[in-house]
Design a protein around this ligand. Structure first.
Ligand SMILES: Nc1ncnc2c1ncn2[C@@H]1O[C@H](COP(=O)(O)OP(=O)(O)O)[C@@H](O)[C@H]1O
Ligand SMILES: [Mg+2]
Length: 666
């Protein structure tokens, strides 16, 4: 969502440098006509409009940018925002997270509205927007429900720039007949509670009622939260879909508890607080409760259940208790009592920076000159490197020329095109590699514990690779696992059947959407699974897990759903998975071998009794002795086969070892 945030200043006019450009361009066109306002007037008007368009309003119109598209996904997004905040806060408090997630159905009350009285002619009626978005829609004429398709249709109609939904009756509404709509919103109430730091009363309203209120953005830690949009946007979404405020309860563990309703004034992007309550109770943490419509709960691979299962997998120190709408309680138990290492705040490495990052940072820096800003606000930029950059950026331009970038200027005066040129030239300089201590993986041992805890697989292999860099200098690390058997894999179509699944994570956060464009999916696809006897892994009880760790994750879009398919990244994912596959494959292979040996032995032994009987019938011999002899022969034969198998296995293992060594050298 960092991209989403960067869009904001442009649209809201807080960062008018970016906003000026379109304003000037359109005003040029406007000044041509004689009766039209002057260039200055247009510019003033546009600037005013930009200012009035608050961040909250911007996102109200662009909710898909924040993950609010589709009913299942919207609910997952809400839970994701609350749960990431909860875990972040517990880690801040150095407490083992106990997270409670409750999804309560709120009985939907059917609402009725008279739309029109028939005139004997009209067949088309606009459907009001509050009805269009509802779950149940009945159309009644004089109290009788009409049949969709037979008696009426719902159509989308373009009107100007907007799409409107229209009801079209097959025959005109009779004179005096009453047309009534019935609808209901299926609401869900979501509650998330944690045992973290809690929020001080003075900050609580802001945290949940004002967009971009977060304080974490400039810390540049590898973290879950983004930039103070998650919690407050959920508030706005509750408000948009149900008209209700959210409710928070917070305590710092000092026997002072604060509760309040919070909503957002979208026009001014400020918190509105009501029903405040203070009392004494032993409570530390936050409980947030909000009601939503346009959301659906299910156990699909995109739903809340799956999101939490995966969160538990990648966070063995977290315990999550989920109450599903139907009343079922699911416990994802803690697998480890070790809290993860806390990431140190790290200054951004120049190679990880985008133009809008640079603009954001330049507008809020304490430094007075561009040159000192570059040295103090970034890691690994020395004064020599600043000089190199200055020379590169200004190659071919003389001082005082329009394109000349004076590094003694104030960072705040940096324009978008200048920032773009700086970023382009940054890529051409050889920088000192960034510090990799900021990379926080789940860890081999921890991941093993958590896979064992949640999947109880027959066999698993976990691999943590060494840090590498992409784009010439951004450090990252890949950890991967393959688990087979037990509860590994996803539920298949047939009862009790399980199928292969890919579990994608970036910095421990599950990625549920946009699998197709993700580097992790690509890494899985490039592997020749037949080499590991896993050709049909998709129809086996297998979980393939990859966690991508980096302070800067190159997401494919603003929604933070997929990791971009950079070569170095795909290669690392591939290598990590191959290591896992080799071990799991060998295990499956040996299982198969044992099965075959057993089968061979069974065949021999099955006939021994019969054969000995027939022989004694023919010639009077001692049946017992005959049987014993035949058994001995059979054992010798199968032993020879087994020895062969052993040899084969050893050879295979040697091959695998050689392959691994080669990979590591390459
Ligand atoms: N459960 C919580 N416990 C403590 N603080 C919280 C909690 N939820 C939200 N906050 C505070 O509210 C701020 C805004 O949250 P959010 O909008 O999700 O932004 P972000 O997580 O990106 O900082 C957080 O930075 C944090 O300070
Ligand atoms: Mg957050």
């Amino acid at each position: 969502m960092s991209e989403a945030k960067k869009e904001v200043p442009k649209a809201s006019g807080e960062n008018s440098k970016a906003a000026q450009k379109p304003a000037l361009e359109s005003s040029k066109g406007a000044s041509k006509g004689t009766a039209e306002p002057s260039l200055e007037e247009v510019e003033r008007q546009l600037a005013k409009e930009f200012k009035e368009y608050s961040v909250a309003e911007f996102f109200k119109k662009n909710r898909q940018m924040l993950g609010y598209s589709g009913k299942v996904r919207s609910l997952t997004t809400i839970v994701h925002e609350y749960v990431t905040n909860a875990i972040d806060s517990c880690e801040d408090a150095k407490a083992l997270p106990d997270i409670l997630v409750e999804i309560h159905p709120v009985s939907a009350k059917v609402q009725r509205e008279e739309i029109a009285v028939g005139d004997g002619v009209t067949t088309r009626f606009d459907i009001p927007s509050h009805v269009v978005e509802a779950d149940v829609l009945n159309v009644l004429v004089d109290g009788v429900v009409l049949a969709l398709k037979k008696e009426y249709e719902l159509k989308n109609e373009k009107r100007g720039r907007d799409m409107v939904k229209v009801l079209v009756l097959k025959s005109p509404l009779a004179k005096g007949s009453k047309l009534v709509y019935e609808w209901a919103y299926g609401h869900l109430r979501v509650a998330v509670q944690d045992n973290g730091t809690g929020i001080p009363k003075s900050k609580a309203a802001q945290a949940f009622g004002q967009l971009l209120s977060g304080t974490k953005f400039y810390q540049r830690r590898q973290k879950r939260g983004q930039q103070g949009i998650g919690a407050s946007y959920a508030t706005l979404f509750s408000q948009i879909t149900t008209g209700k405020p959210i409710h928070i309860k917070t305590g710092l563990g000092n026997y002072k508890v604060f509760e309040a309703d919070v909503s957002i004034d979208a026009k001014s992007n400020s918190a509105v607080v009501s029903n405040e309550k203070e009392y004494s109770q032993n409570f530390r943490g936050v409980r947030v409760e909000a009601e939503f419509a346009e959301v659906t709960y299910n156990r699909s691979e995109y739903g809340v259940y799956e999101y939490l299962r995966r969160t538990a997998l990648s966070n063995p120190h977290v315990q999550i208790s989920l109450l599903e709408p139907a009343g079922e309680r699911v416990e994802f138990l803690r697998a480890s009592k070790d809290l993860p290492r806390k990431p140190e705040p790290a200054l951004p490495h120049p190679l990880g920076i985008t133009t809008s990052d640079l603009m954001d940072m330049a507008s809020s820096t304490q430094s007075r000159k561009l040159s000192s800003f570059l040295q103090t606000d970034f890691s690994r930029i020395s004064s020599d490197k600043v000089k190199d950059l200055e020379t590169l950026v200004n190659a071919g331009h003389k001082s005082k020329e329009p394109l000349y970038v004076d590094f003694n200027r104030s960072p705040g005066s940096l324009t978008w095109p200048e920032a773009e040129r700086l970023v382009q030239n940054i890529q051409k300089i050889k920088w000192i590699a960034p510090d990799t201590s900021s990379l926080i993986s789940i860890g081999e041992g921890q991941l093993q514990k958590s896979l064992k805890n949640l999947l109880q697989p027959e066999v698993m292999k976990v691999v943590e690779r060494k840090p590498r860099v992409f784009r010439g200098g951004i450090p990252f690390l890949v950890e991967a696992a393959i688990a087979y058997g037990g509860k590994a894999g996803a539920e298949g179509d047939a009862e009790h059947s399980r199928v292969g699944e890919i579990l994608r994570f970036s910095n421990r956060v599950p990625l549920l959407f946009d699998a197709g464009s993700c580097a992790i999916t690509e890494g899985v696809k490039t592997i020749d699974w037949t080499r590991y006897d896993l050709k049909d892994w998709e129809s086996k009880p297998i979980s393939i897990l990859v966690n991508f760790v980096s302070v800067f994750v190159p997401y494919t879009g603003a929604g933070k759903l997929a990791i971009s398919q950079e070569d170095e990244i795909v290669q690392e994912i591939r290598a990590a998975l191959m290591e896992c596959a080799r071990e799991v494959g060998t295990y499956l292979h040996s299982l198969q071998r044992i099965e075959e040996q057993e089968y061979r032995r069974q065949i021999f032994f099955r006939y021994i009794g019969e054969v000995s009987q027939s022989l004694t019938d023919l010639t009077p011999t001692d049946k017992k002795m005959l049987e014993a002899k035949l058994r001995k022969i059979a054992e010798q034969r199968t032993a020879v086969e087994e020895a062969k198998d052993e040899q084969e296995k050893e050879l295979e293992e040697m091959e695998a070892k050689a392959a691994k060594e080669m990979e590591e050298q390459g």
